[in-house]
Write a protein that binds this ligand. Structure first.
Ligand code: PEP
Ligand code: MN
Length: 357
């Protein structure tokens, strides 16, 4: 087991949890200010907006660049919020420091690149200001690379450091845009226990509807805060629109998730029970969806005079599901009992449809 790393860190903020919200990208002065005003009304104290955007392919919106910096200065002046932006090069750091940006984050493509990380770390040293810097995990699931990026900043004299878990790239289509692989940030916590870790549910999930459950999961695991993308008009965002929420929705999400007192370990059983409650709700949703489909199949069978029960199909379902369940470590008897109860209910629903005139 790798040894702990001792870093003499100072806090990045007094807020527990620390919530940072704002658009993926600064697009126009109006969009930045409108979003900031709405967020400030809901009590958000840290505003994020990407000025320089690393894009996978050329031709995408690469950010407004330095001309967006005065917009962030206006946000500070008008709302009193602290402003945060992403930096990836020496001149980004120097220009943003000069413009009074309060907090910085290093993107996942930059933290994966030691040359870029060193350049950014050196620029912070050159800029000579005492600012907090958050480091996103590298795109690839490499904890040592993440730790290396943290050490480069620390060695450059930055001691208000935080980490952001934004998930890890994977080839192909998945539920998540970037797979959470929670064990990696948890191992980071073991290695550097005093390092605050935030989660970025927007970039992990890639979809609005995943922000709430991913945020809850982060708090359940003792994360110190969240960075969430929020836009005054998410559907017309110039980047990452599927994962941005309006300030209203963000406020709703933050009010629904239960914040945990991470110091209180005796709470863990309650936490586990709450997870069970959530999973049970998900099970109900899934069952209900299955029954809705059964109902549609029932309607089709009725219209085409096909009998409700088809033993071949039922046998196939049983065999394949029981096999999969035993491979996962559940008992065959349990799975048979569960499937036969579900099947019974599907048959009941379809017979109801047959008997309807
Ligand atoms: C962002 O925060 O908008 C961003 C570009 O994130 P990441 O580096 O996690 O892709
Ligand atoms: Mn984004």
């Amino acid at each position: 087991m790798e040894a702990n790393i001792e870093l003499n860190l100072r806090p990045i903020s007094d807020d527990k949890p620390l919530i940072i919200a704002g658009p993926c990208s600064a697009e126009t002065e109006e969009q930045v200010l409108e979003t900031a005003r709405e967020l400030a009304q809901y009590g958000i104290k840290y505003f994020r907006a990407g000025i320089w955007k690393p894009r996978t392919k050329p031709g995408g919106f690469e950010g407004v660049g330095a001309k967006g910096l005065p917009w962030l200065a206006k946000v500070k002046e008008e709302t009193g919020m602290k402003v945060c932006t992403e930096v990836a090069k020496r001149e980004h750091v120097l220009q943003a420091l000069e413009a009074g940006v309060d907090m910085f984050w290093i993107g996942a493509r930059t933290s994966a690149n030691p040359f870029a990380m060193q350049e950014v770390a050196d620029a912070f040293k050159e800029g000579g200001k005492d600012v907090p810097v958050l480091i996103k995990n590298p795109v690839n699931p490499d904890l040592e690379l993440w730790i290396g990026a943290i050490q480069r900043l620390y060695n450059a004299g930055i001691n208000r450091i935080g980490a952001i878990h934004r998930g890890f790239s994977a080839y192909g289509k998945h539920l998540y845009r970037n797979l959470p692989q929670w064990h990696i940030p948890i191992e980071l916590r073991r290695r550097i226990p005093n390092l605050p870790i935030l989660s970025d549910p927007s970039h992990i999930g890639g979809k609005r509807e995943l922000i709430a459950p991913l945020s809850q999961e982060a708090f359940d695991m003792g994360f110190d805060g969240l960075i969430i993308e929020s836009h005054c008009d998410p559907d017309s965002a110039w980047s990452d629109k599927a994962q941005q929420v309006s300030p209203d929705v963000l406020n709703f999400i933050l009010n629904t998730i239960a914040l945990r007192d991470t110091a209180c370990t005796t709470e863990s059983i309650t936490l586990l029970r709450q997870q069970i409650d959530r999973i049970d709700n998900e099970l109900l949703e899934v069952l209900n969806k299955r029954m809705r489909i059964s109902r549609e199949i029932g309607q089709y069978k009725k219209e085409h005079s096909i009998p409700v029960v088809q033993t071949g199909r039922y046998g196939d379902i049983m065999n394949s599901r029981v096999k999969a369940a035993t491979e996962m470590g559940m008992s065959a008897d349990f799975m048979k009992a569960l499937l036969s109860a579900i099947h019974e209910e599907s048959v009941r629903i379809q017979i109801e449809i047959f008997n309807k005139h």
